[in-house]
Design a binder for this molecule. Structure first.
Ligand code: 13P
Length: 248
């Protein structure tokens, strides 16, 4: 079964609302590809203007963060119903920056995955190892454990819709990309983990992205690998290069 490619931009904390609309317009003709799901995961304040700017295009909308309650006294947070009403379809969960800078642990990440599915949002669940774990050679077990915890109580039917992003922390924003073989090794291992936790059909269906300094120059080689179904792109998503990645 062929999995549909998914190329998502993670804009992180970049782009004011007016810059966001300008970027959408710059990329509009460059990101057209009927065989690829193209997603912009944008800062909360850009969601409404970007939703308007992508109308009539092939681009789908994603958010970078949310909280697990629908409403209430949670200063500074936004909820799944708020995102849904604005047209958000995808939600990044468990990014290493949320884990490391904002202290999100696997218990919360698991709650977020379940809440996203219950709310009709598709999680882009991130996992990945630090440089220390890569050097120690224990990265496989680490990522396996992340996936196992983060998907506790998630059904096979939900996992078939899930997107998993493998993002080695040492490759994020550093210009140092994992080689295509290194990325494929882990993405394959993630798929095998899903097969162990669920079944072969679920493992076959789940889409797995690579993220970490993916750019116009290295995208084609990474995306050619059997178990890499797309990319989660930071820096290069803010430039016309993103169009080359979508069409790599
Ligand atoms: P860079 O593409 O800037 O390395 O960021 C990757 C990333 O963290 C995407 O979520």
């Amino acid at each position: 079964m062929a999995r549909r490619r998914i190329i998502a931009g993670n804009w992180k904390m970049n782009m004011t609302p007016s810059q966001a609309v300008e970027l959408v317009n710059t990329l509009k003709d460059l990101v057209v590809n009927p065989d690829v799901d193209v997603v912009y995961c944008v800062p909360a304040i850009d969601i409404v203007p970007v939703a308007e700017a992508i109308k009539g295009t092939n681009v789908q909308l994603g958010a970078e963060n949310f909280y697990i309650e629908d409403k209430g006294a949670f200063t500074g947070e936004i909820s799944a119903p708020m995102l849904k009403e604005c047209g958000v379809k995808y939600i990044i969960i468990g990014h290493s920056e949320r884990r490391d800078i904002f202290g999100e642990n696997d218990i919360l990440i698991n709650q977020k995955v379940k809440k996203a599915f219950a709310s009709g949002l598709t999680p882009i669940l991130c996992c990945g190892e630090s440089l220390a774990l890569r050097k120690a050679g224990t990265y496989t077990e680490w990522i396996k454990r992340q996936i196992t915890w983060d998907l506790t109580g998630v059904t096979a039917d939900q996992v078939k819709e899930l997107v998993i992003a493998y993002e080695p922390i040492w490759a994020i924003g550093t210009g140092e990309t994992a080689t295509a073989d290194q990325a494929e090794e882990v993405c394959k291992m993630i798929r095998e983990t899903i097969a162990e936790l669920y079944d072969a059909a679920t493992a076959e269906a789940v889409r797995i992205q690579y993220g970490g300094s993916m750019n116009a120059g290295n995208a084609a080689e990474l995306l050619a690998k059997d178990n890499i179904d797309g990319g989660l792109i930071g820096g290069a998503a803010l430039k016309p290069d993103f169009g080359q990645i979508v069409n790599a």
